[in-house]
Design a protein around this ligand. Structure first.
Ligand code: GDP
Length: 137
């Protein structure tokens, strides 16, 4: 069993499609083992995306991530990291395969509906960033 961090971003929360996105995870055999709806602070978002600090889109990314509430989750299942990435689709929704979350719910490369950890190390770091062990059941 593997765990990964998923974030439903402010655009998808504002569209009220949280349940529809979670259903995609569940239908693919992933289980939500921790979940919280929250408003990220600028400090939270800046730290979470620190790896992108030098990129030109960093400021816009942080502003977008604090523009409204998000839903953060730990998804668990066999091959959860890759499975989640597959369900999400490409970063730019214009390149996302039909039927993926980003193809169906995202509007732009900024407002792209979901985040998902990209590997085992980042998954462990990102899960620990949001959830103490006792909140993962
Ligand atoms: P992800 O793992 O598919 O979310 O993509 P990355 O980790 O590469 O980038 C993190 C987030 O930064 C993406 O989800 C986008 O919202 C944003 N992002 C990445 N690349 C670009 C870009 O070229 N332009 C803009 N405006 N945003 C970007």
């Amino acid at each position: 069993m593997e765990q990964t961090l998923s974030i439903i971003k402010p655009d998808a929360v504002a569209k009220n499609v949280v349940g529809r996105i979670i259903t995609r995870f569940e239908d693919a055999g992933l289980c939500v083992v921790a979940m919280r709806r929250m408003q990220l602070s600028e400090k939270d978002a800046g730290e979470f995306y620190a790896v992108h600090r030098a990129r030109p889109f960093y400021k816009d990314l942080v502003s977008f991530m604090i523009s409204g509430p998000v839903v953060v989750m730990v998804l668990q299942g066999a091959g959860a990291i890759a499975k989640n990435r597959e369900l999400m689709g490409a970063t730019n929704p214009r390149d996302a395969a039909p039927g993926t979350i980003r193809a169906d719910f995202a509007d732009s490369i900024d407002a792209n509906a979901v985040h998902g950890s990209d590997g085992p190390e980042t998954a462990a770091q990102e899960i620990a960033f949001f959830f103490p062990r006792r909140e993962i059941n």
